[in-house]
Design a protein. Structure first.
Length: 234
């Protein structure tokens, strides 16, 4: 599969292992990558990861690690033992923390979180006065690049300027993907699956439009169809 192909990561933001297994069964053969995030991992730990592996899927462990460098490096080692494909770190942890994580060998792919898609410019300015979400995302993406991380997690709104500023073609992972007409919920900077293709996003993280749909398999297939159609038009 081409590295330029946009793929979806289905977010397993669920309460129980039974719910996870049911969704994995419904998405079998349709989705290959699954996000195990804070809710599911805090409740069930490595068992949540193992269920994905048993279903033949790959895991993006989205814990947004942010701690002292040695602690984060040890957490990366433990994630490697679980066999996850990728792991998220919060770039606000700083260059030393990110480098300590990146130097672990062997390790999963490391994806650096810049500014959460639930943040608006006003939210950012409340913490970093006189700074916009775009400006902060740029600074943090440059830190991730300096640490040699494998991917940048950001809003789709930041992809074009970040790609231009970074001077290369990074791997972008974008949450807050919402098909046309879907509610945005607590996300404030969203893009559609078609826009993800136009922006050259490598991985589009899709949660509630799939997990909250009464027919999640059909919902996932509809997202994939939108991606395919956008690719054909491009």
């Amino acid at each position: 599969m081409s590295e330029n192909t946009t793929e979806i990561i289905a977010a397993l933001d669920l309460e129980s292992l039974a719910d996870e297994q049911a969704l994995l069964d419904k998405l079998h053969g349709v989705v290959r990558f699954f996000k195990v995030g804070l809710r599911l991992f805090t409740a069930h730990g490595r068992r949540a990861v193992e269920l994905v592996h048993r279903a033949g899927g790959e895991v993006f462990l989205d814990l947004k690690l942010h701690d002292i460098p040695q602690t984060v490096a040890h957490a990366v080692q433990e994630a490697q033992k679980m066999g996850v494909a990728s792991l998220s770190l919060h770039t606000l942890g700083g260059l030393d923390m990110l480098r300590a994580a990146a130097e672990v060998r062997p390790r999963p792919k490391l994806w650096g979180v810049t500014v959460l898609t639930s943040f608006s410019d006003a939210d950012v300015a409340a913490i970093f006065p006189h700074m916009s979400a775009h400006t902060l995302a740029l600074h943090l993406a440059q830190t991730a690049k300096a640490a040699r991380l494998d991917g940048i997690i950001c809003s789709g709104h930041e992809v074009r300027p970040l790609r231009k500023a970074l001077g290369e073609d990074p791997c972008f992972i974008v949450p807050g993907i919402r098909p046309e007409g879907h509610a945005v919920h607590d996300q404030k900077r969203v893009v559609t699956p078609a826009q993800a293709v136009e922006l050259g996003i490598r991985f589009a993280v899709v949660g509630r439009p799939i997990t909250h749909d009464p027919e999640p398999r059909n919902a996932a297939m509809a997202v994939l169809a939108e991606i395919r159609n956008a690719r054909l038009k491009g």
